[in-house]
Design a protein around this ligand. Structure first.
Ligand code: SF4
Ligand code: SF4
Length: 295
């Protein structure tokens, strides 16, 4: 069971309307992802940057990029048609914090228009120590960080490079910087009562047997839930020829890790522009490309 000691009543109420953080909410409340964050600051071997970020999305899907004003316009359009829309999330198509100005502005504009919205963002965590304070001040209560390993040697096989403060770090050196920032950033958020979900991409022969250690570590940092996702090898990525993680082994790993920390079993690996109930993506109805893009 997660430690809910420093979680506010407001956060609990919002969680009851968040289909990913609350299983009970997933059939009745909808979320929309706003693809306002095109750039990324790291290179995961399972990623093909022609498509959306694999840390939160299904590979091989491309979302249109929106400006913050487009995002507000689209939010209004969707809310009118889907009144049970409760969550607005930013999950790429790159990294939400590698495009912080866009991410922040989009959240501010929508918050001004509708104070009931539950905001959520997903990140690789590299810039989390820098932006945790602003995330907290913006009023976010739900953040997802993808942590695939807590060992630089293992991370070095998952990340090709990490671009940090104008420098490029390859392999284990990059993985170590990323890992330290993820853990520091997570602690800052959980310390402020934010519910953190940790996504883990399960990659056979690379991090699969290591996953229980990752889960135990993040549990000790106060993480609320973890979401172990299968590697779906993306064409054009460095892991294109790796085996897809099977459903059975995935669920066995989730069950094992559930002994330590609650697990998400209902993740759909949505698009970075997904809209609607988790089981019913309506993103194609709301593409702005052909519509007028102005608020
Ligand atoms: Fe791709 Fe996401 Fe990794 Fe960036 S963080 S390289 S967008 S999978
Ligand atoms: Fe929720 Fe998973 Fe979809 Fe993210 S990818 S919105 S966690 S169901």
């Amino acid at each position: 069971r997660p430690n809910l000691k420093n979680i506010s009543a407001e956060t609990m109420e919002k969680t009851g309307r968040h289909p990913c953080f609350s299983f009970e909410a997933h059939n009745s409340y909808a979320r929309m992802h706003l693809p306002v964050a095109p750039k990324c600051n790291i290179s995961c071997n399972y990623c093909n940057r022609k498509f959306d970020c694999v840390n939160e999305s299904r590979p091989g899907v491309t979302s249109e990029i929106l400006t913050p004003l487009d995002a507000l316009y689209k939010y209004r359009l969707v809310k009118e048609k889907i009144p049970y829309l409760s969550v607005v999330g930013i999950a790429g198509p790159g990294d939400a914090l590698a495009n912080w100005e866009h991410t922040r502005r989009s959240i501010e504009l929508i918050k001004e228009a509708d104070s009931e919205v539950v905001f959520c963002l997903s990140t690789n965590g590299l810039m989390l120590p820098y932006y945790a304070k602003e995330i907290i001040e913006l009023g976010l209560k739900h953040v997802t960080v993808t942590v695939n390993s807590i060992e630089p040697a293992i991370g070095g096989r998952i990340y090709k490079f990490v671009n940090y403060r104008e420098k490029k770090y390859e392999g284990a050196a990059g993985a170590e910087i990323l890992l330290n920032n993820q853990l520091e950033g997570i602690s800052l958020l959980t310390g402020a009562g934010i519910l953190v979900k940790v996504n883990i991409v399960m990659i056979k022969g690379i991090n699969d047997s290591h996953i229980p250690h990752v889960v135990r570590k993040v549990k000790n940092l106060g993480v609320f839930i973890s979401n172990i996702m299968p590697l779906l090898p993306a064409p054009g990525s460095n892991f294109a020829d790796y085996p897809q993680t099977g459903k059975k082994e995935l669920n066995e790993m989730r069950k094992l890790c559930q002994l330590d920390l609650q697990q998400m079993f209902h993740c759909k690996q949505c698009r970075a522009d997904a809209i609607g109930l988790l089981a019913d993506d309506r993103s194609s109805e709301f593409r702005l490309t052909e519509k007028k893009k102005e608020a």
